[in-house]
Design a protein around this ligand. Sequence first.
Ligand code: MLT
Length: 322
Amino acid sequence: MRPSLIVLVLALALPLPGRAAYPDRPITLIVPFAAGGPTDVVARIVGESMSRTLGQQIVVENVAGAGGTTATTRAAQAAPDGYTLIMGHMGTHGAAPAMYPDLKYDPVKSFQPIGMAAGTPILIVAKKSFPAKDLREFVAYVKANSEKLNEANAGVGSVSYTTCAFLNSLLGAKPSRIVYRGTGPALNDLVSGQVDYMCDQIVNLVPQIQAGTIKAYAIAQAQRSPALPEVPTTKEGGLPEFQVTAWNAIFAPKGTPPDIVSKLSGALRKALADEGTRKRLLDLGADLSDTAAQTPEGLAKLVESEVARWNKVLKSAGATPK
Ligand code: MLT
């Protein structure tokens, strides 16, 4: 190779002047809900593996409030330098625009998608003493008694709020809707029997269902989950209209440089191919089958279709603000 060519090749391989090789310090991954809940669990499992690949720690920061939209606004406004990311989900980046007419971010335009970390099927669960032995009895009981019941959720626009808004509309139910900073704390109150039921992501629920501390009536997708093979689908249980799935995905602020996006998305995909990381997620019931959405382009398409889907679902359920 000619000396001038060698110099050119070396120059292209070096970081741009003024910008150190990324990442040269810890990366913050905002979780827009309380610690210990589904989004937090997914963020910590995936973040651990990505930290190893990137050679820098990914520090999870829990910033709860307004169904996840407070933290998501903050992430949208952060410097697009790859050091502030968010684990968004079907609520913050799908349902929220239908619930908040004055939302300060646009799930499509304000973010650079990195990739989906986990699909998280939804279950209908209730406190252990709930007086229904299966989904049919649950439906009948909720229809007859909804005004006396408390349904727990993580705030307007969250996954639990929007999926249970849909469920309640199908049943014509009007329970008191009790808002928590995430379904981690909501689940604690379900276990202790202070609230009656909720719709939640599987990764938050498997250990409690297996321990028998709460009741699981159905999973709201076409197939049973390998993590909870004894839990019937909503179709098997007589409520086939209730089909909902959620997901958690990493986003960076819009304007994040392409080389940083590619490093982050490579580290995410490596995490999702890593046997140990996969096992931890799969044991909790996460669905890792949508490999297309694990890329920035695939996630961009998913977000666009989810915003449209939830807008339609929530409007026809009469769940949007009047
Ligand atoms: C959480 O982590 O608490 C959940 O993802 C909340 C939700 O959206 O239901």
